[in-house]
Design a protein around this ligand. Structure first.
Ligand code: BLA
Length: 508
């Protein structure tokens, strides 16, 4: 534990958060091996009135009544507790409790966790979750699904704030939906750097779906062990795992006393989290958490299905847009006119705020673009340096330094080559993403001091680093967009060919 307190911010990705050697104090932990207690948390005296020294090396009956102990051992023999914490039973220990006993297996060992919680809500959990699932199934888009999920989780748990936090490819995350009590400052739409949830934490959250910090100001309780059994326990699947002190400091800086998060997966990738905050300490009973975990799994499946549907719809939309262009170009007998003159134009084709058509030494601009001369210079560079029929980049200034001057409007380029020799191109531009993002860690704001009085941890520092990495970068082009551009190229070329045939026929 001591070593962990010394962790500094530069080694965030390396902090071994799965083996903290301690737990949160709202429960107690026992580790069994071959029926004997080989590790126990130091707080058993507080919870059960039994010193750890009286438990280590003893059979489970030293703590639990024989019939209760037998139920635990039976479950160990018969149920699949591997990597999967399961609610086992509610038990009294030495006339105290009742406690929720939650068990899972790690290799040779069985981990038992005792939580003392009010179970009054228990009977309502199942119908409430069922209602939530019905509402989630009735949603249309990914966005709507996230909004409903935030509301439902808030209703199930009573947290002050429930957010759906979605990861981008670069690991940054955005609050895409939020249900919060009116007293909370809204976080909706804000974006946070990747380092706020380091890599090993994300990897762990793919394996275990839910974590709760019931009081972010807690003092961790160390695990004690028999001499030959003191290898630190891997707590990936434990419900009482003591969390990173760095993260606790982060929560304190945010004014959050209790936090819970549920993993949202797309296949085996972490798509996002449902993140919950409470201004005061809060412990949810295990069965409510289980209900939330189930809801998270259901939501994950819904999100993947809806994202796939939306992609299909976008593909169809791109296809019909392309068909429409072919029609317009044929009608106009003039390619450029066909591409720009109508209400429906190039800017509706792929999602970009600017486009340019360079044909027969003319440059036509649409929307937000670099200047005509800049575009002309760009076509010269393309004709010399790019031999691909379709070129796409989300970091143009890196590849073509003159673009640094207009990175704000064209950090991203999707370019279709009609004729390389004549420098005929159709292109779309995307702005630098930095310009379009609302940052949660606003670098211009004064930071709140951490618990030790110093501003040691804040999203602002990682923000500065991120800002450097995304300068001159735009949102990525989707594969469907690149393919659509490729197909549009074929249509344009066939129209160009037809019109040259017409021209040469006239000249003959
Ligand atoms: C974990 N960081 C987390 C978690 C969240 C965030 C949701 C999951 C744990 C939980 O459920 O509380 C981040 N929380 C956010 C963000 C919002 C939010 C972005 O509400 C936005 C609204 N954190 C840092 C830095 C480091 C860091 C700089 O900001 C490291 C140098 C570490 N965050 C960190 C670690 C964990 C974490 C180590 C894992 C905690 C654990 O599970 O042990």
């Amino acid at each position: 534990l001591k070593g962990q307190q010394d962790v500094d911010l530069t080694s965030c990705d390396r902090e071994p958060i799965h083996v903290p050697g301690s737990i949160q104090p709202h429960g107690a932990m026992l580790v069994l091996q071959q029926g004997r207690i080989v590790q126990a948390s130091a707080n058993t005296a507080d919870l059960f009135g039994l010193e750890v020294s009286a438990l280590l090396g003893q059979p489970l009956t030293a703590l639990l009544a024989p019939d209760v102990a037998e139920r635990v051992l039976h479950a160990e023999r018969t149920e699949d507790l591997r990597d999967n914490p399961l609610y086992l039973l509610s038990a009294r220990v030495q006339e105290r409790g009742p406690y929720d006993v939650i068990a899972h297996r790690r290799g040779e060992q069985t981990v038992l966790e005792f939580e003392g919680t009010a179970r009054a809500v228990s009977a309502d959990v199942y119908p409430a979750v069922k209602r939530s699932l019905t509402r989630l199934s009735a949603t249309g888009s990914v966005q709507e699904c996230c909004e409903v999920a935030a509301r439902e989780v808030q209703a199930l748990t009573g947290f002050d704030r429930v957010m759906v936090y979605r990861f981008a490819e670069d690991g940054t995350g955005t609050v895409v939906a939020e249900a919060a009590s009116p007293a909370m400052t809204p976080y909706l739409g804000l974006r946070y750097p990747a380092s706020d949830i380091p890599r090993q934490a994300r990897a762990m959250y793919v394996k275990s779906m839910l974590r709760i910090i019931s009081d972010a100001r807690y003092t961790p309780v160390p695990m004690l062990a028999l001499p030959d059994h003191d290898a630190p326990l891997d707590m990936t699947y434990s419900v009482l795992r003591s969390v990173s002190p760095i993260h606790l400091e982060y929560l304190a800086n945010m004014g959050v006393a209790a936090s819970m998060s549920i993993s949202l997966l797309d296949g085996d990738q972490l798509w996002g989290l449902i993140a919950c905050h409470h201004a005061t300490p809060r412990l949810l009973p295990y069965d409510v958490r289980s209900g939330c975990e189930f809801l998270g799994q259901f939501l994950s499946v819904q999100l993947s299905a809806k994202a796939e549907q939306q992609l299909q719809t976008y593909r169809l939309q791109l296809k019909s847009a392309q068909a429409k262009f072919v029609e317009l170009m044929a009608e106009e007998r003039d390619l450029v006119e066909g591409l720009i003159r109508h209400d429906f134009n190039l800017l509706d084709f792929v999602d970009a705020p600017g486009a340019a058509i360079c044909l027969n030494s003319e440059v036509v601009l649409l929307g937000v673009t670099p200047t005509r001369d800049e575009v002309r210079a760009l076509t010269e560079w393309l004709s010399v340096n790019a031999d691909a029929e379709v070129l796409h980049t989300s970091g143009l200034p890196d590849e073509y330094p003159p673009a640094q001057a207009y990175a704000d409007v064209a950090s991203g380029l999707l370019s279709v080559q009609i004729s390389r020799g004549r420098r005929d191109y159709v292109m779309w531009f995307r702005p630098e993403e930095l310009q379009t993002v609302l940052w949660g860690g606003d670098p211009t704001k004064v930071a709140t001091p951490g618990p030790d009085g110093q501003e040691r941890l804040s999203p602002r520092k990682s923000f500065a680093a991120w800002q450097e990495t995304v300068r001159g970068r735009s949102r990525d082009w989707q594969q469907a967009e690149v393919l659509a551009a490729q197909e549009l190229r074929h249509s344009i070329i066939s129209v160009v060919l037809r019109s040259t045939e017409r021209v040469s026929a006239l000249n003959e």
